[in-house]
Write a protein that binds this ligand. Structure first.
Ligand code: ADP
Length: 245
């Protein structure tokens, strides 16, 4: 396991280009953290000075937007911390034998509200007796990252399919959506730190952090596995990862 961590850590110790990119990442992180912080601070100012004069629905909106901005800052900081911890050899794996079906069902349930609102159908396909050995907390964030991305890109009325299967050596998980798909030239790069593929209009999706898939890759690799993305049959993306049995 130590060897895997060392291998992962070495990715972050590449010379000069890393230093350059670190400066770029810091700029981006400062930029990304400043936006929700500005929203929190101006909402707070309005609520604390004029809150009582505002119509209730407007007050609710300010509170809800503040909540969203706080959540966004928390996610951003959690992702930054997790990626830097894994990259610097500090994150121990707490391996457990886990029922794949129970694990996937529990994490899919967290998206029930979102599925209802966006009229997206979530399908789980997993043998009831399939068990796998992994760190359930870290792997839970991997699967939630992948499902949450699938929600971002799946149109209203679409389908997200989560599957697990196994052979004698590997347990294979996949999260498939029928969204816009990912052009071939970005299929590997989206797993790099802070990389966000441009959309069809050439704009980067700056509302995200570009860290989610890096986190997924580092966690899967720390387990001795592999993650990649393929085109889903009929359009969309199929994120697949394998863990050793
Ligand atoms: P974020 O979502 O915060 O931008 P991620 O690391 O999770 O960061 O994803 C990196 C990029 O990969 C996204 O910005 C997007 O361009 C692309 N991507 C991820 N998941 C999907 C998906 N299911 N469909 C299409 N593109 C995706």
């Amino acid at each position: 396991m130590k060897r895997v961590f060392t291998m992962v850590a070495s990715v972050f110790r590449r010379p000069s280009r890393t230093v350059e990119r670190q400066a770029e990442w810091i700029d981006m992180m400062v930029h990304d953290l400043r936006a929700p912080l500005t929203a929190i601070s101006s909402n707070f100012k309005i609520l604390s000075t004029r809150g009582d004069d505002l119509p209730p629905e407007m007050r609710q909106r300010f509170v809800a937007n503040t909540r969203l901005a706080i959540d966004r800052m928390t996610t951003l900081l959690d992702d930054m911390l997790a990626v830097s911890k894994i990259g610097s050899d500090e994150l121990p794996l707490r391996l457990e034998n886990v029922s794949a079906a129970d694990f996937l069902r529990a994490h899919l349930e967290a998206f029930e509200g979102q599925a209802y609102e966006s009229e997206i159908r979530c399908v789980l396909d997993c043998p009831p007796d399939l068990s796998a050995r992994f760190d359930p907390s870290l792997m839970g964030r991997v699967i939630e990252n992948l499902i949450s991305n699938a929600f971002k890109y799946t149109p209203k009325g679409g389908v997200i399919q989560v599957t697990a299967s196994a052979d004698s050596q590997w347990v294979c998980f996949s999260v498939r959506d029928n969204g816009s798909g990912i052009p071939d030239e970005y299929k590997q790069r989206i797993f790099e730190k802070y990389f966000q593929a441009p959309d069809h209009a050439g704009q980067r999706a700056r509302q995200g952090t570009g860290l989610g898939l890096t986190f997924c890759r580092l966690v899967v690799e720390a387990h001795g596995g592999r993650i990649w993305v393929e085109d889903a049959a009929g359009g969309g993306s199929d994120f697949i990862f394998w863990l050793p049995q």
